[in-house]
Design a protein around this ligand. Structure first.
Ligand SMILES: Nc1ncnc2c1ncn2[C@@H]1O[C@H](COP(=O)(O)OP(=O)(O)OP(=O)(O)O)[C@@H](O)[C@H]1O
Length: 488
């Protein structure tokens, strides 16, 4: 079994008569921010005093994975108190990752199976109320996460189970350390669970990933999630929206330029590919990339050499590409707007994000998740009335998760009391799915939709791209509707 073996060394400074020496110390108590120690074999004539530098080494797998410096701050008859002021984030993270790899007692949300070391009141992933009163995070970590206690909990390795809690641990470290909160990815339905499985599968590889989905479905979040779970996670994640930058500037933005390459190029500038070296670049709205740049991107993907504008030759970079679009690339290829060779190059692994209206109960779970999150941020506790939950369930959400976020944020401001009503949410009744109010009507509409899809498919010899265009929906949406209605 892998062991975590902390080792403490005090370095006693040289004096006039003795050389500097290292004294190994025995830990009598050890927390994340400090330790109580006894000097193991003090050298005669060498005294440990307040401010003696002390090195804490966690020797994982016998490799001395990381170390941390502190000072003796107090001494008494029993030993020396040493502070290791606020283990830095990277050290703590390494430590946690190791611990996570060795913990075996993990709780699971009964609803979505998310794993936790200590259960929160509401499942962070699916919003399920867990009826469990957890201690405050800070107290929890202070009280329970001493190395000593974690030592006791170290046990055999169960990779699959442990893998599941790595994300949670990361999120909690971020909270404890007061750094930027890591965005959570909420989803419990089959479609989203498949997305999560794909993210986990593709993340550790270096494959180029194409993320497809309507606007606001979480394409950038997906790209970030892949990066965060890859070996590149400590390197840059650079995101660029190809549709937001004018065509003539996009090339300079991506590939950079040399001084004097064009009017106004007063200095040389690195492009995003160079910034993303060793990390990941996320090209959003790749379907909007102009054709000349598509050709240059394809060349780049083949040789990974960045050629700044105004230069001959280039620099090799090591960048993983994740691209996304809400466009139907098949249709764009058919119309000659997107290069098929680039598409095949991008399509090493595709992740399809379903629109919110196809995520079933996840819609309400997402809304509840954001309601909890945003109301907590302003020190409030708010819940949806039953009518509000029904309205959320029945609404079409054309702006997908982004629209949920905006509507919920607004509703928190609008709602006077502790509950949020449909009026506070300002849902456009015209976009309500009337079917949910009336099952008969819903069934009838489904029948009509199924028949229409079959008719159009037949009419265009089952060419999905053409059928999707005729129906005015994207190809992935058509594909999903066909699955729902069992159309081959
Ligand atoms: N499943 C989810 N759980 C939690 N937050 C989500 C989820 N999906 C999306 N979000 C949030 O919704 C917002 C929109 O997501 P994101 O920007 O990733 O969408 P997008 O598909 O890239 O949109 P666009 O196509 O307009 O660029 C972000 O704040 C994101 O964090």
């Amino acid at each position: 079994m892998p062991r975590l073996s902390p080792r403490i060394i005090a370095t006693v400074p040289a004096t006039l008569d003795t050389p500097s020496s290292k004294i190994e110390m025995v830990i009598t108590d050890l927390g994340l921010n400090g330790a109580y120690l006894r000097a193991h074999s003090p050298f005669p004539g060498k005294k440990l005093g307040v401010d003696t530098p002390v090195l804490l080494q966690y020797n994982l797998f016998g490799k001395g994975l990381f170390e941390h410096r502190g000072n003796i701050i107090r001494k008494d008859n029993a030993g020396y108190a040493v502070n290791f002021p606020g283990l830095d984030f990277a050290t703590k993270r390494k430590l946690w990752e190791f611990i996570v790899d060795n913990l075996s007692d993990v709780h699971e949300c009964p609803f979505c199976g998310e794993s936790y070391i200590t259960m929160p009141t509401t499942c962070k992933r699916c919003g399920w109320e867990l009826n469990f009163n957890p201690p405050e995070y800070f107290n929890y970590y202070e009280k329970n996460c001493t190395i000593k206690k974690l030592h006791e909990r170290l046990s055999g390795l169960d990779i699959e189970q442990l893998q599941k809690i790595v994300n949670f641990i990361d999120i909690d470290i971020a909270k404890v350390m007061g750094s930027e909160e890591i965005q959570e990815f909420v989803g419990t339905g089959n479609a989203m669970l498949e997305v999560f499985a794909n993210i986990r599968k593709v993340a550790p590889t270096d494959l180029t990933v194409l993320v497809l989905g309507e606007s606001g479905t979480g394409k950038e979040l997906t790209a970030q999630a892949i990066h965060d779970r890859s070996t590149r996670k400590d390197k840059p994640f650079v995101a660029i929206n190809c549709a937001a930058i004018p065509d003539n500037l996009l090339e300079a933005e991506l590939f950079g330029y040399e001084k004097g390459a064009f009017t106004g190029a007063h200095i040389s500038k690195k492009g995003k590919f160079e910034f993303a070296d060793n990390g990941t670049i996320f090209l959003d709205e790749i379907g909007d990339m102009p054709p000349n740049l598509q050709a240059k991107l394809l060349r780049f993907l083949q040789d990974k050499i960045v050629e700044r504008i105004g230069t001959v030759g280039g620099k090799k970079v090591n960048v993983r590409l994740i691209a996304a679009t809400n466009r139907d690339l098949d249709a764009a290829i058919a119309e000659g707007k997107f290069r098929s060779d680039l598409y095949y190059r991008l399509d090493e692994f595709t992740i399809n994000l379903p629109p919110v209206r196809e995520r079933g109960e996840d819609t309400v779970i997402l809304a509840k998740y954001f309601l909890n999150k945003f109301s907590r941020e302003v020190g409030l506790t708010k819940t949806f009335t039953k009518d509000a939950a029904d309205a959320i369930r029945n609404y079409d959400w054309p702006g997908n998760v982004r629209e949920i976020i905006n509507k919920v944020r607004r509703a928190i401001v609008m709602a006077g009391g502790k509950t949020v009503t449909p009026v506070d949410l300002l849902l456009d009744v015209a976009k309500m799915d009337v079917g949910a109010e009336n099952n008969q009507l819903s069934d009838a509409l489904a029948q009509i939709e199924r028949a229409k899809i079959k008719e159009v498919l037949k009419g265009c010899s089952h060419n999905l791209s053409n059928a999707a265009r005729m129906l005015g929906i994207s190809r992935p949406t058509l594909y999903r509707r066909m699955k729902i209605y069992g159309i081959d």
